[in-house]
Design a protein around this ligand. Structure first.
Ligand code: NAD
Length: 302
């Protein structure tokens, strides 16, 4: 049994913390937002009144926040509050599961390392359903030793745990994967709208492409038209799923990484532009496959 401080009990963090507690660990949660603390209490999780109280005596500190700025601020301390790395005894394992930039993740590793802690970046994919069902995929950056120490905890919250390399490389894997996903979801949506204009039925295009070289997750799982894949968000009016706002956030991190590395990633940057527009409108709360409606609306009258 490991004593774990779990900070950030939002849509993802609360079910993840619950799964850790259910697997027999001593989990103490905290969230800066009081309503989230109440929800955690209602869910039967032990909570504290401050992050510092949760971290005091913990062997492992897991964070699941919205942004890298929040992670760095919590590690270092802000608004007069002690930094988590100063409260925790040396050698504590810090695992950040938030989706943040590679640079911010490396900064968090540096801060933890200077305070003589161990650290991992371990962003996830799989969404709230994956968090609830403990079927998340973890992409992990950090040393072999820290990865092996964390593995049983991550396996209590997920189904697939991949060690991607050193500090920040979990975030690098996440940003690259989601850039592929964004570009392929747009490509699939454009193909369906083109097929409509050419008189091709959705089912016929699906039957061909899903068994040919156009096959991809955006088509066979997240099909952007209702019918061919009954479980895809298109069948429930594009309720997420994976919201356009979150895809836009991840593409913002991809854009930063592209700019830092100087890669000629024109498709990735165009996907960022398209999803930025989508997320600024009705698409913010829709599944990102709803981009097909924008493509239809923006197409010239037939
Ligand atoms: P959320 O906004 O529901 O939860 C984050 C929580 O962290 C908030 O309740 C916030 O109050 C809390 N918080 C912020 N700073 C804190 C601090 N210093 N101490 C304690 N609590 C603090 O967000 P979410 O949907 O749970 O997502 C969390 C992370 O996971 C994000 O980085 C997101 O990009 C990533 N992610 C989300 C999904 C998804 O489907 N929701 C999927 C994959 C990855």
């Amino acid at each position: 049994m490991t004593r774990i401080a779990f900070l950030g009990l939002g849509h993802m963090g609360l079910p993840m913390a619950k799964n850790l507690a259910a697997s027999g660990h001593d989990v103490i949660g905290f969230n800066v937002f009081p309503a989230a603390v109440d929800a955690a209490l209602d869910a039967g999780l032990a909570v504290t009144l401050s992050a510092q109280a949760a971290v005091d005596g913990a062997e492992v500190v897991i964070t699941m926040f919205q942004s890298g700025a929040q992670v760095v601020a919590a590690y270092l301390g802000s608004d007069g509050a002690d930094g988590l790395v100063d409260v925790a005894p040396p050698g504590t394992l810090f695992i950040d599961c938030s989706t943040i930039s590679v640079e911010e993740a490396q900064e968090a590793h540096r801060i933890a390392g200077i305070a003589r802690h161990r650290s991992l970046d371990a962003p996830v994919s799989g969404g709230v359903v994956g968090a609830e069902n403990a079927t998340l995929a973890f992409m992990v950056g950090g040393s072999d030793e820290d990865f092996e120490a964390a593995r049983p905890l991550l396996e209590a919250m997920g189904r697939r745990v991949v060690h991607c390399g050193g500090a920040g490389l979990g975030q690098a894997a996440k940003v690259c994967n989601n850039m592929i996903l964004a570009v392929s979801q747009i490509a699939v949506a454009e193909a369906f709208v083109l097929g409509e204009r050419l008189g091709l039925s959705h089912q016929a295009l699906f039957d061909v492409a899903s068994n040919a070289s156009g096959q991809c997750w955006a088509l066979t799982t997240n099909c952007p038209v209702p019918g061919p894949v009954p479980t895809s968000p298109a069948n429930r009016d594009y309720q997420p799923g994976f919201a356009g706002a979150l895809m836009n956030k991840d593409l913002g991190l991809a854009e930063q990484a592209i700019s830092l590395t100087g890669v000629d990633a024109r498709m990735g940057l165009l996907a960022r532009e398209i999803y930025q527009e989508f997320a600024a409108g009705a698409g913010a709360g829709q599944d990102f496959s709803g981009i097909i409606n924008t493509i239809r609306a923006d197409s010239a009258a037939a």
